[in-house]
Ligand binder design. Structure first.
Ligand SMILES: [Zn+2]
Length: 402
């Protein structure tokens, strides 16, 4: 960016307040970037984000938020609330942050920039809190890379009464829309009965036969699956010796689909295939779905507002990325109107979850994007605080009336 954030004329009617938001981000610049760099230099994997969550909580405490850590059952989850000075309990706008790293790679997904920009956005909104109704509600959300921490926080009731949720993600492109896949790990365990494989095999119940039947069924099922659905698995326990009828076998499958309703059908069908294999072999089966990421419910109202706010800073939306992984921010999108916009921190073509992306996440370019993300998240949140009609339109989209 050629200009400082505070010099840009923001979008929409409330330019004065939006400029003050940008100025608040500039004023806190060193604190925001120090947080980003510290988390980047001290990567912690899912559910183990002790330092990152403490640093985030400390920063928000210093800036006048009432902080819970832990929030709900996750020790590294944070919720921080600051009441607006205009009174009233609503709206409650959620500003999210992530801070987990990848095993053996560090911040290869750049979540340090998400922690810092989320904190920065909350601090900037805090700076104009006297003029806001309702509450600024910050969520530090652990375990995005494995375990879907946001789903656990949803089940813990932490998102109840939240009117909208906003979270930036670093990328090699600028775009607000994405189409993450529903995805889950599935553990399958067949239980049979041991017997001598030569002397008296008829006394056994063969758990490996059951597993082979399941893999055969899944293979045949693929012909009838939609082309964008995925099911893939490996056998992790297949028995212990060739002369023992296996009494226990275990497999790890994954199911994925870009269509949530279809995905739910796939899960039901997979259970049927496993039950059929057990019935055919007189074994029993346990099928355990991990719980995981859902598909994303888009919100056209919030997307349009983000694009307008970003355009004032010279950001042109490049359209959705057709290749998508999965994220637990998608789970939040079924609770309230949600956006998960991407802004570039690296040259286009830089692969995610890589050393290249990890190194990009602590460069001056990433720092500028982190400050811009904090500004745009806070400005978009401000629009929702200030304009009840905008929030109503977002909820109309959410309920399918858009
Ligand atoms: Zn990520």
């Amino acid at each position: 960016m050629a200009q400082s954030l505070a010099e840009v004329i923001p979008a929409g009617p409330d330019q004065t307040v939006k400029r003050r938001i940008a100025q608040a981000v500039e004023t806190t610049r060193d604190e925001i970037l120090d947080l980003s760099h510290r988390i980047h230099a001290n990567p912690e994997v899912a559910f183990e984000e002790e330092q990152a969550s403490a640093w985030v909580a400390d920063a928000l405490t210093r800036h006048g938020f009432t902080v819970e850590r832990p929030a709900g059952r996750l020790p590294t989850a944070v919720r921080a609330i600051r009441r607006g000075g205009r009174g009233g309990a609503t709206p409650r706008i959620g500003i999210l942050a992530e801070y987990d790293a990848l095993p053996g790679l560090g911040h290869g997904c750049g979540h340090n920039t998400m922690a810092a920009s989320g904190v920065g956005a909350a601090i900037a909104l805090g700076a104009i809190a006297d003029e806001l109704p309702g509450e600024i509600v910050f969520f530090g959300t652990p375990a995005e890379e494995r375990g879907s921490g946001k789903q656990i926080m949803i089940e813990d009731g932490l998102f109840e009464g939240i009117d909208a949720a906003l979270l930036f993600h670093p990328c090699d492109r600028n775009h607000v829309q994405s189409f993450p896949l529903a995805s889950e790990d599935v553990e399958v365990v067949f239980h049979g009965l041991q017997a001598h494989a030569a002397a008296d095999p008829w006394k056994g119940k063969n758990a490996l036969d059951a597993m082979i039947l399941l893999f055969s069924s899944v293979g045949l099922w693929r012909q009838q699956l939609r082309t964008d659905a995925r099911v893939h698995g490996i056998i992790q326990e297949g028995g212990t010796a060739a002369n023992i009828i296996p009494e226990r076998t275990r497999a790890w499958f994954m199911l994925r689909s870009p269509d949530q309703a279809y995905y739910d059908e796939m899960k039901a069908r997979f259970r049927s295939l496993a039950a059929a294999a057990a019935m055919a072999t007189e074994t029993t089966v346990d099928v355990t779905f991990s719980g995981g990421a859902t598909t994303m419910k888009p919100n056209a109202t919030l997307e349009a507002r983000w694009i307008a706010n970003a355009a004032a800073y010279g950001i042109e939306d490049q359209g959705p990325d057709p290749n998508s992984g999965s994220t637990d921010m998608a789970n939040v999108s079924w609770v309230c109107p949600t956006i998960h916009p991407d802004l570039a921190i690296a040259p286009e073509g830089t692969p995610g979850h890589s050393i290249l992306f990890r190194d990009a996440a602590a460069t001056p370019k990433a720092d500028e994007t982190t400050l811009l993300a904090a500004t745009l998240i806070a400005q978009t949140a401000y629009d929702l605080f200030a304009d009840p009609a905008l929030l109503a339109a977002a909820w109309n989209d959410f309920r399918g009336g858009g």
